[in-house]
Write a protein that binds this ligand. Structure first.
Ligand code: NCD
Length: 311
């Protein structure tokens, strides 16, 4: 009998109902962390990071350690056999003998999907090229749900590199499933969302959206402002990046025209798109957002490993 194993490759791999349950678990973890400190005893998480990361990798590792499990892995392709030419499918076959679950980040879109086909353990997509980043989206949704109290009836502005920003693609995909969501897509013309988001997600589902270039004029109507970094590593030439860098800088002056309860989110790292003076504004939620990432990843590891919730 073939055993069905779940992976997390796209944020849509979980239904809205499953996400609600995941966020309930994550909230309970935040309130009662001790209760969960042994639920993954004896289990191992492998972090296979072929691309740089601070938050995603370390929050995954912290999540598994908080659950009483252990972690192993690599944090750059050059220290793995990938540098000798090993394929992702061979690597995952081997990792399946060493660990119970893995999180993979790769510069190639679809690499975690390829891994999942050859894997004996659940594979979590921790970011694949300019494509998707489902666990960042779960973190974003958890942040909005907790701090705003809802995931519907929202006007959300996404600002910056909407073309290459994988967190943007995953967030639009996910929020499009909730009711009465309006997107304001704020970017230079060159960095607008790809067609597979505009046509296949927004237009195909009749989601309300507008594409604008000006951040200031969009501010007053937003409930959430999701700032993003210009994705330097995905540009074809440095000159083009230099032209785009600094296109948007959120500062206290611009925050004056925002709603008093608007939230500023950012997946981080930031470069210069949010001035540090904004950090003291009570609407700046990006550091809290990073903390939610640990709880969400703890809940996700438990779910994929089918670990019982402690009572
Ligand atoms: C994001 C990523 O890797 O896509 N970072 C993250 O995981 N929090 C955003 C970015 O690198 O700009």
């Amino acid at each position: 009998m073939e055993v069905f194993m779940r992976h997390l490759l796209s944020p849509l791999d979980f239904s809205v109902k499953e996400l609600d349950e995941l966020f309930d678990t994550a909230s309970d973890i935040a309130a009662n962390p001790k209760k969960y400190s042994k639920v993954c005893e004896g289990k191992k998480l492998a972090t296979l990071f072929y691309e740089p990361s601070t938050r995603t990798r370390l929050s995954f590792e912290a999540a598994m350690l908080n659950l009483g499990g252990s972690v192993l892995g690599f944090s750059e392709a050059s220290s793995s056999s990938a540098s000798k030419g090993e394929s992702v499918s061979d690597t995952i076959r081997i990792i399946s003998c060493y660990a119970d679950i893995c999180a993979m980040r790769h510069s190639k879109e679809g690499a975690p999907l390829v891994a999942s086909i050859h894997s004996g353990i659940p594979v979590i997509n921790a970011g694949d090229g300019g494509h998707q980043h489902p666990t960042q989206t779960f973190t974003d949704l958890m942040t909005i749900r907790t701090l705003k109290g809802r995931l519907d009836n929202l006007t959300i502005g996404l600002c910056g590199d909407l073309k290459f920003g994988r967190t943007v693609h995953s967030l639009i995909n996910s929020l499009a499933r909730y009711s009465n969501i309006k997107f304001v897509l704020i970017s230079p013309k060159e960095l607008r969302v790809p067609d597979y988001i505009r046509d296949d997600v927004l237009n195909a589902n009749n989601i309300e959206y507008e594409e604008v270039e000006n951040l200031e004029s969009a501010m007053p109507e937003l409930d959430i402002l999701y700032m993003t970094r210009i994705q330097r590593e995905r540009f074809f030439n440095e000159e083009e990046y230099m032209r785009m860098k600094g296109f948007y800088i959120l500062d206290n002056e611009k925050m004056k025209s925002a709603k008093p309860d608007m939230l500023v989110l950012h997946p981080l790292p930031r470069v210069n798109e949010i001035s540090v003076e904004v950090d003291n504004d009570s609407r700046a939620a990006y550091f809290k957002q990073a903390q939610f990432g640990v709880y969400v990843r703890m809940a996700l590891i438990m779910k994929l490993l089918e670990v019982e919730k402690p009572c």
